[in-house]
Design a protein around this ligand. Structure first.
Ligand code: UP5
Ligand code: MG
Length: 199
């Protein structure tokens, strides 16, 4: 069978901007598979026999970005498994990646020529709103990084490392920015306009 080249949308934005929430809504309405790099790392952290569990655990608590060799393998495997299960599933939302230059280098090394990055969907939101949402979620999420101390570091990492990656794609005219501070349905209405126009 003819294997389609994966078509990728990178979904970026600060911690708690609503990437996961909006990706879930996109999947309900469009033919995309959602892959959250953070979720894949958290699953790997708790996988029996993982050699990276402790490393991932400490990076996430510290709001630091895990070395790309780990993340890219998880993403590549998830994409391959999806496409092997259903060859029509070749459109992916990659949520929370690439977050820094190391991530970008790792993606290029492994995926250049093997996947097309169509554009970046950027959920833009003030740090204050991001922090409030994560602290609220922290009451029940069980996430080890939904506390004030980790959040300060996550925001710091986002501003220092991830914003420059978004800017880089912006210079290439590849970013669609969404105001993520509005309510979930208003944000999604904006997302729909973008996805409908992109085809
Ligand atoms: N919420 C959502 N939208 C809302 C809205 N419009 N109005 C009001 N509330 C809204 O939403 C967060 C919370 O806000 C939820 O309670 C939601 O109901 C509410 P969510 O959709 O979960 O936001 P999201 O942007 O997905 O937030 P998340 O916390 O997942 O973002 P992060 O980017 O911080 O987390 P991620 O899981 O991507 O990464 C975690 C860590 O993993 C990183 O800090 C890093 O240490 C590591 N990591 C890597 O090292 N490499 C990677 O490639 C990826 C992650
Ligand atoms: Mg998320």
């Amino acid at each position: 069978a003819l294997i389609m080249k994966p078509q990728v949308v990178f979904v970026l934005g600060g911690p708690g901007a609503g990437k996961g929430t909006q990706c879930a809504k996109i999947v309900e309405n469009y033919n995309y598979t959602h892959l959250s790099a953070g979720d894949l790392l958290r699953a790997e952290r708790s996988r029996e026999g993982s050699e990276f569990g402790q490393l991932i655990d400490s990076y996430i608590k510290d709001g630091k970005i895990v070395p790309v060799e780990i993340t890219i393998n998880l993403l590549r495997k998830a994409m391959e498994e999806t496409m092997q299960t259903d060859e029509k599933k070749f459109r992916f939302l990659i949520d929370g990646f690439p977050r820094n230059e190391d991530n970008l280098r790792g993606w290029s090394t492994v995926m250049d020529g093997k996947a097309d990055v169509k554009f970046v969907l950027f959920f833009d939101c003030s740090n204050e709103v991001c922090i409030d949402r994560c602290l609220e979620r922290g009451k029940s999420s069980g996430r080890t990084d939904d506390n004030r101390q980790s959040l300060e570091k996550r925001i710091q990492t986002y501003l220092q490392s991830t914003r420059p990656i978004i800017s880089l794609y912006e210079k290439r005219g590849k970013v669609h920015t969404v105001d993520a501070s509005r309510d979930v349905d208003e944000v999604f209405a904006n997302v729909k306009t973008i996805l409908d126009a992109e085809g």
